[in-house]
Ligand binder design. Sequence first.
Ligand SMILES: C[S@@+](CC[C@H](N)C(=O)[O-])C[C@H]1O[C@@H](n2cnc3c(N)ncnc32)[C@H](O)[C@@H]1O
Ligand SMILES: Nc1nc2[nH]cc(C(=O)O)c2c(=O)[nH]1
Ligand code: SF4
Ligand SMILES: [Mg+2]
Length: 214
Amino acid sequence: MFETIQGEGAYTGTPSIFIRLQGCPVGCPWCDTQQTWYVEEKDKISAKDMLAKQGDSPTWSTLTVAEIMLVIEQQGYHAKHVVITGGEPCMYDLTELTTVLQTAGYQCQIETSGTFEIKTHTDTWVTLSPKVNMKGKYPILDTCLARANEIKHPVATEQHIIELEALLARGDFTKLIYLQPISQKSRATEFAIKTCIEKNWRLSIQTHKYLNIS
Ligand SMILES: C[S@@+](CC[C@H](N)C(=O)[O-])C[C@H]1O[C@@H](n2cnc3c(N)ncnc32)[C@H](O)[C@@H]1O
Ligand SMILES: Nc1nc2[nH]cc(C(=O)O)c2c(=O)[nH]1
Ligand code: SF4
Ligand SMILES: [Mg+2]
């Protein structure tokens, strides 16, 4: 858990409390949070050590919803927006956490690949970033697409656009569509800019990486 500025998508620029959940079976080769993939017992640490972590490592800790609320209070976080990401946050049932947060006046957002059923409070903002050609399974892709408030698609090549268009053709969606260049590569960024202009989609650059903040 840490406090920073949301760097991506529709809420870019919003002060946010981040909760990064451990574990993801999808295996995107360009994933920028590969330290979250495995939940290994040997990497379990205390909540205190988890909060003191500087930089990325595969260590993780367990917290109840009540403990998460206490951490928010004790850390003196100011943000009223909470981003639950990972790893793949929807490996977990987020209904209780998002309901308690929403009731306490926080706006919740999740970042998900759509490989698991989305279990959240109905007011939670869902940022969907589908990875259809990875090893994750998509048993409920249409439900996830219908639930999403924005689609944020990582791109580097024409193939990524073909995949996105196939997804959008599955329904009559009026959603915010963002292209996010993979890993700040200049070719990917130029390609994303050109495609956004052609298709009238939006550009999401990972602003936190340009600012060198978490
Ligand atoms: C690290 S993922 C965690 C949440 C969830 N597993 C997902 O993929 O949506 C958060 C966001 O970062 C994006 N992302 C991951 N690695 C990236 C990279 N190297 N360049 C650009 N976006 C990346 C994902 O597509 C997703 O939108
Ligand atoms: N500042 C900041 N914004 C983000 N938006 C989505 C992130 C993620 O890793 O899911 C992320 C992140 O890691 N940092
Ligand atoms: S689904 Fe998300 S966390 Fe999992 S490997 Fe892909 S980008 Fe990384
Ligand atoms: Mg990130």
